[in-house]
Design a protein around this ligand. Structure first.
Ligand code: ATP
Ligand code: FE2
Length: 336
């Protein structure tokens, strides 16, 4: 008989439920997303929305999968990393479901889940992954029993940087897709700070300089918002691609996976595709439904962990807001 895992994503703005069977078929994926009216994510407000909506999201997910809660065999939840108060909601719901239904519980690292759903959906075995989202900017690959981090941001995540700039330009959240559209209307490049330190990236100088361009007297005289949007994207993406290419040359991986919400950007896809070709590596972008935060990736990573290590005792399900993906051994790939 088929077994099913219900995965709970609750690290930041998305409360997501995914139901996945143990062979990797996704039966449902339902998200409820907190959209800030202004500014960043206020944990107390996000927590409130997740608390208000979790039941509806679970019911919708069960309906979509045509399953009953009694058909679920395993509960997985995002245990790390993320906003503490928000992670706690997912952990609490996961513990309750596991205890009430008397089924095993497993906690997973959100970043590892992004890689694993990408491997599953793109039928890729051993990729170098560029994971770019509102909260993360990480270049990683499997080496010596874990997903090692080869490069990461030292300050802002690239998605957050683009969203902040878009907000300054008067665009609504999320800004990424709007900046992408505006950039297409320009062919100008305005010089902006390009900061790669070793294998790490810094986006704060780029953000500040782009914001200054909006405030300058030359704005809408010598250049317009389209030109700033294009210059910002070209600079940020070239930085990402430089680090990805160096990691590719170092690891000699034969596959490149692009994931996270920013993976939706066609210009970024084109640039990463191009360096993959130059290195003879297959390029894949995770289907958008699975590239952003979702419960299906948590369910699938939970299944992998459960099958290789068994369930987590309740005492080991404490949330870990700062846990990095390279802290964690990956037993299901130890034969690699
Ligand atoms: P994480 O918790 O993994 O950091 P997240 O909470 O930011 O993820 P995601 O759905 O993975 O959520 O990513 C959202 C980000 O993706 C936002 O910053 C958004 O602007 C960005 N994004 C979405 N579409 C595009 C696009 N076409 N171009 C650039 N950025 C995009
Ligand atoms: Fe994410």
């Amino acid at each position: 008989m088929q077994k099913y895992c219900l995965g709970i994503e609750s690290t930041a703005h998305t409360f997501g439920i995914g139901i996945v069977d143990f062979e990797g078929i996704v039966h449902s994926l339902i998200n409820d997303i907190f959209i800030p009216e202004e500014g960043g994510l206020h944990p107390a407000l996000v927590r409130e929305q997740h608390l208000n909506n979790f039941k509806t999201v679970i019911i919708k997910a069960l309906k979509e999968s045509e399953l009953s809660i009694k058909d679920i065999d395993l509960i997985a939840f995002s245990q790390s990393p993320g906003l503490g108060p928000v992670l706690k909601i997912g952990a609490l719901i996961a513990r309750m479901l596991s205890q009430v239904l008397n089924i095993p519980l497993v906690g997973v690292n959100h970043c590892i889940a992004h890689v694993e759903i990408g491997r599953l959906m793109c039928k890729i075995d051993d990729p170098l992954t560029l994971y770019v989202s509102g909260g993360n900017t990480i270049v990683s690959a499997f080496e010596s029993d874990r997903y090692q981090i080869f490069g990461e941001t030292l300050d802002l995540a690239v998605g957050n940087m683009i969203d902040s700039f878009a907000r300054d330009a008067g665009l609504s959240h999320p800004g990424g897709p709007k900046i992408e559209k505006l950039a297409l209307k320009s062919d100008k490049y305005l010089p902006l700070p390009y900061t790669v330190k070793g294998m790490d990236l810094s986006f704060s100088g780029l953000y500040t300089a782009s914001k200054r361009l909006l405030e300058s007297q030359d704005f809408n005289v010598k250049y317009n918002l389209n030109d700033v949007a294009r210059s910002l994207q070209e600079t940020a993406f070239s930085m990402l691609v430089e680090v990805t290419e160096r990691a590719l040359a170092h690891t000699e991986k034969k596959e490149v996976l692009l994931t996270g919400g920013v993976a939706a950007n066609k210009r970024l896809q084109q640039m990463v595709h191009s360096i993959s070709n130059e290195h003879g590596a297959r390029f894949a972008v995770v289907p958008l439904k699975y590239a952003g935060d979702n419960g299906a990736m948590i369910a699938w990573a939970g299944i992998l962990r459960y099958q290789s290590e068994g369930e987590h005792e309740i005492g080991n399900t404490i949330i870990k807001p700062k846990e990095r993906m390279d802290y964690i051994k990956i037993p299901w790939r130890s034969g690699d």
